[in-house]
Design a protein around this ligand. Sequence first.
Ligand code: ATP
Ligand code: MG
Length: 355
Amino acid sequence: MAKKIVVIPGDGIGEEITNAAVLVLKKISDKFQLDLTFESHAAGGTAYDLYGTPLPEKTILAAKAADAVLFGAVGGAVWDNVDPALRPEKAILGLRKSLGLYANLRPIKVMDCLVEYSPLKKEIVSGIDIMIVRELIGGIYFGDKCESEMKDGFERAWDLENYSVPEVERIVKLAMETAQKRNNKVTSVDKANVLATSRLWRRTATKVAASYPDVKLQDMYVDNCAMQLAIHPTEFDVIVTGNLFGDILSDEAAVLGGSIGLMPSASIGECTSLYEPIHGSAPDIAGRGIANPIGTILSAAMLLRHSFAAEAAALAIEKAVEKALLDGYRTMDLYRDGFKKANTEEMTQAIFDRI
Ligand code: ATP
Ligand code: MG
C-alpha cells in the first residue's frame, strides 16, 4: 500500500534541502519498492505571507493524515517584526503540539572521514555514537509563565517547570526501547540534587527501568553530563532527559560532529512522526544552492527506519552519504583544499549515484 509523506519545506534553505531529500527518497522508493508518495504543504514565514498564518489548518490536517512528515526549516529576519503569535517558529511548535510529538531523537555520530572537523581532539571524538532522547512538549518550556511583573519596585519574571509521572514514563520507555535496539545502556540526566521535577524524573526513570532488566540505567546530573560529553563522549550511548536540559545537551553534542549541516533528527509521538535537520533556515545562504543537504537526507533515512521499519533502505542512504564524503565531496560548510567542492545539487547527485 502506498505510504504518504507530507513534505513541509518552510523558509530559507528549506526548499533546497527538502527537494534534495525527496530526490533521494524517490530513488530509494523505486529500488526497495516502498511505494512512497509525496505531498507538499506550506508552513513558516512563507505560509504567513501567503495565508496570514505560519501554520495553516490544511497543513496540520495533512500532517495528521500522513504516514510521516519531512520538515525543512522555518524562520528568517524578514519576519522579525511580525506579531509574536504569528512568527514562523510557531509553525514547528504548533506541529509538535498538534502531532503530540513528545520525543526528539538526535543521533550524534562522527564519521571517521570527518573527525578533523570536530573542535575536540581526534582521540576524544573518534567512534562517538550517541542517541539523545529529549522530552519535547513538557517541562519548563510549556509551564506557566509570567513574562514580567512589577513588584516592590522591581521587574521580575518567572517560568514554571512541571513534569507528571506519565510524561516521564513514556519518554523513558522510548529511551529503553531505543537502547534495546542499540547497546542496552541509558544515561538519564537530571538535576535531582536541586529540582523537585528532577527528583520525580529520577524516581520514575528507576521504576520504568525495572521492567527492562537487560538495559543498564545510569543517573547523571546535567552539569556533570555537560562536562563528560566534552571529555569522554564515547562513554555515552542513549541519553534521556527533559526538554530544557535536552535542548542544551543536544546542541553541545551536535558540535562534536563538526558541522550543523550534517545532523538529522526525528520527533516521535502519538500521531505522525516528523523528521527534520537540526539546523535552521540559514537565511544567509538561502537561494544560492549551496546548503549542505546531508542533515535532511539523513533525516529521511531516520524516517524510513522509524516510520516504515525499512532498515535496509535507511542503511542504503546512510552508506551512500558516507561514501560520497569518503570520495571527497564537500559542500561549502565543510570544504577544504584537496576536496571536491560541491553545491547542493552536486552533493545530492553524488549521494544519489552511490545508492
Ligand atoms: P534557528 O533559529 O532556526 O535555529 P539559526 O539562525 O540559529 O536558526 P541556522 O539557520 O541553523 O541558525 O544557521 C546557523 C549558521 O549555520 C548559518 O551561518 C548558516 O548558514 C549555517 N548553516 C545552517 N544550516 C546549514 C546547511 N544545511 N548547510 C550549510 N550551512 C548551514
Ligand atoms: Mg538555532
